[in-house]
Design a protein around this ligand. Structure first.
Ligand SMILES: Cc1ncc(COP(=O)(O)O)c(C=O)c1O
Length: 390
């Protein structure tokens, strides 16, 4: 199949729910992606924040091969060596979160956290934030704010409300004795790359404690080193009751998880489950990924490289830039104009970047990106962001 055929087949048979790029990618290595003829692209999107370890990491490939030849599937009722190893490791990452529910994607992790908070508290209401993105299945979508994702799917799940992000007073007013949970991203990703303030997250913890609500943090995009710590919440000195993660957990293999604290109760057999959840293949990939994250100290790499990149971006002189913000290697460049044409030109120049809303360019490179690659990214951004585009 040549590139044109691949594109045409996908265009014809895909559901239609994605905007299809004409760029066909068949291979990856580290921070690079390749077309069938070997043309190289610098990936500053990581498949929406999945490829923290870089593409085709040999340790993930090796773990998958070994586990695929041993045991691929096993329902969670039956204990398994790879699953036990993962459970032990992942629950050691945040103090006080010593149980885990394993699933297959980010939205499923959020669904589980919402259900667990309702079951545990016996309450129905969930307070989320404006600009929040938590996924697209009906429970998570009810917590997602942007009407672009919600429209056409109402009625959504009742009991959800949204308050201004980083506004302590608004949160204080919204959380009542009927609130099951406050659900927050620590750095809003899709919503435009907005880090929470320390006071906001600490106040959220206090407000939840005062009203008997649970605090859920969604670390699906911020987890596993992306912001310079294993989890972004570790910048804030706060321990949530539930922490959702997915994306890079298993080195690119689909997997989600909810870490669960002491206050979460009533989790008994049958109240939730997933056929594929905790399958040995994904668990083996996650064990390998977590080992690589530690061996290569990816959180520190993200911290140091993030500072390096941020400093360079802040020095860019372009009349089109409104603000540069972020944490670690999760960076948003807010423009005064729509970003879509700039993203297209970046791609013509062989660099893949993401948007976050209409006016923010989002950079989520693999954490293994080299300094040379970062310098190249900044050089190209400097040129493109100085272009006058109608
Ligand atoms: C913060 C956050 N929560 C939830 C999700 C949904 O994850 P998934 O696409 O794996 O369902 C995403 C995906 O981008 C996300 O960034």
């Amino acid at each position: 199949m040549n590139e044109k055929e691949i594109f045409e087949i996908e265009n014809k048979h895909s559901s239609g729910t994605y905007t299809k790029q004409s760029l066909v990618i068949v291979r990856g290595k580290g921070a690079l992606l390749f077309t069938p003829d070997g043309t190289e692209y610098l990936d500053c999107s990581s498949g929406h924040g999945v490829a923290n370890l870089g593409h085709a990491h040999p340790k993930i490939a090796e773990a998958l091969f070994k586990q695929a030849s041993t045991l691929i599937t096993l329902f969670e009722s039956f204990p398994n060596d790879q699953r036990a190893m993962l459970m032990q490791k992942i629950t050691s990452l945040v103090d006080g979160l010593d149980r885990v529910f394993l699933c297959n994607s980010g939205t499923e992790a959020v669904e589980a956290a919402i259900k667990f908070s309702r079951l545990s508290t016996g309450r129905k209401n969930v307070v989320a934030a404006m600009r929040a993105f938590h996924g697209r299945t009906l429970g998570s979508l009810s917590a997602t704010f942007n009407k672009k994702y919600r429209e056409g799917f109402e009625p959504l799940v009742p009991g959800f409300s949204h308050v201004a992000y980083n506004n302590i007073e608004a949160l204080d007013q919204a959380v009542t004795n009927e609130t099951a949970a406050v659900l927050l991203e620590v750095v809003q990703g899709e919503g435009g790359v907005y880090p929470a303030t320390i006071e906001y997250i600490q106040s959220a913890r206090r407000i939840c404690d005062e009203r008997g609500a649970l605090l859920i943090v969604d670390e699906i995009q911020t987890g596993f080193g992306r912001t310079g710590k294993m989890f972004a919440i570790q910048h804030y000195g706060v321990i949530p009751d539930l922490l959702t993660c997915a994306k890079s957990l298993a080195g690119g293999v689909p997997m989600g998880a909810v870490l669960i604290g002491q206050k979460v109760q009533n989790l008994r057999p049958g109240v939730h489950g997933s056929t594929f959840g905790g399958n040995p293949l994904s668990c083996a990939a996650a064990n390998a990924a977590l080992a690589v994250i530690e061996e290569e100290d990816l959180p520190s790499q993200a911290e140091v490289k993030g500072k390096y990149l941020m400093e360079k971006l802040k020095k860019l002189e372009s009349p089109n830039i409104r603000e540069v913000r972020g944490l670690g290697l999760m960076i948003g460049i807010e423009l005064k104009h729509k970003v879509a044409p700039y993203i297209d030109i970046m791609q013509e120049k062989k660099i893949i970047v993401l948007n976050a809303g209409m006016t923010v360019i989002r950079l989520l490179p693999p954490l293994v990106i080299s300094y040379e690659q970062i310098d190249h990214l900044v050089e190209v951004l400097a040129e493109v962001l100085n272009m006058e585009i109608e």
